[in-house]
Ligand binder design. Structure first.
Ligand code: C2E
Ligand code: MG
Ligand code: MG
Ligand code: MG
Length: 276
């Protein structure tokens, strides 16, 4: 009896797994060429300085409108792009497009004070040609290097420290800023990062979500801000959804903030209108 149930179980899971694999393979096929077909686009979420609510820049976020399935969540298709290697062509396309949009804002403003932050996936970091790609894009677009922020996840930076450190050093030599995304989730701790050249950290929104309810999250967030500042880094809070969160984070000395309470991701044109 048990054996039979086990067998059925196996068949059930096996079929579910087949379907999941099949969905994944199909998504990978659909994603291939999606950029060229114009199904992918960038939206920009504004980032503000907490002290005076001034708009300082925006994070570029990729969107995919699938021809039959509609919008696909980035958490899903970025993972597929990462696993399949498609990110190695998608990543540079995103980087170039974000710099083109940002130089347009700069032209319209008459100055280049707004930054654009671009997410870089672990696979792009390991691919070995990121520094070269960045240098090429800066040259081709005329983007002001210090206004380009690269967001790397904490976990991507851990391990193979020697390679990562020299890569980050070369990136910073070209003038761009390096930021740590989703900080706090990887438990690497800031002390570990002393040896890696980093301009700032983005506190993960799971901490921000709980700063008003959970004293531990508030304590941890406060400690991250203090330690980052002592290492000369700037701190962004992401996922700010309520005024109360904004207030408490500002009191604790957080520098910048991003979140639905301040502004949702929007088109490049809408962001340009926000600038004025
Ligand atoms: P991320 O880099 O941490 O981006 C922030 C995410 O938080 C975005 O989700 C944004 O829309 C969302 N968000 C912003 N404010 C709030 C808020 O107040 N509340 C809540 N609940 N969420 C908020 P999105 O656009 O779905 O992107 C998810 C992730 O996908 C990104 O996380 C990033 O890791 C990845 N991603 C997006 N675009 C790219 C890209 O061009 N390249 C790479 N490598 N990864 C990307
Ligand atoms: Mg990010
Ligand atoms: Mg993040
Ligand atoms: Mg909590």
């Amino acid at each position: 009896q048990a054996k039979l149930a086990g067998k059925n179980c196996y068949r059930f899971y096996s079929r579910a797994m087949d379907q999941a694999v099949e969905r994944r393979v199909r998504m990978e096929q659909d994603l291939r060429g999606a950029w060229e077909r114009g199904e992918l686009s960038l939206v920009y979420q504004p980032v503000f300085r907490m002290a005076d609510n001034r708009l300082l820049g925006a994070e570029a976020l990729l969107r995919w409108k699938h021809p039959t399935q509609g919008m696909v969540a980035p958490s899903i298709f970025i993972e597929v792009a990462e696993q399949s290697g498609l990110i190695e062509t998608l990543g540079p396309a995103v980087l170039r497009a974000a710099c083109i949009d940002a130089t347009r804002w700069h032209r319209e403003l008459g100055h280049d004070e707004l930054f654009v932050a671009v997410n870089v996936s672990p696979r792009q970091l390991r691919a070995g040609n990121l520094a070269r790609q960045v240098e090429d894009v800066l040259r081709e677009t005329g983007m002001a290097p210090r206004r380009l922020h690269l967001e790397l996840t904490e976990t991507a930076v851990i391990g193979d420290e020697l390679h990562i450190s020299s890569l980050l050093a070369r990136l910073r030599t070209s003038g761009v800023q390096v930021w740590l995304d989703d900080f706090g989730t990887g438990f690497s701790g800031l002390s570990h990062l002393r040896r890696v050249p980093i301009d700032g950290v983005k506190i993960d929104r799971s901490f921000v979500a709980d700063v008003l309810r959970d004293p531990d999250d508030l304590a941890l967030t406060t400690a991250i801000i203090a330690m980052a500042h002592s290492l000369g880094m700037t701190v962004v809070a992401e996922g700010v959804e309520q005024e109360g969160q904004f207030e408490v984070l500002r009191e604790r000395g957080c520098d910048l903030a991003q979140g639905y309470w301040l502004g949702h991701p929007m088109s490049s044109q809408e962001l340009a209108r926000l600038i004025g």
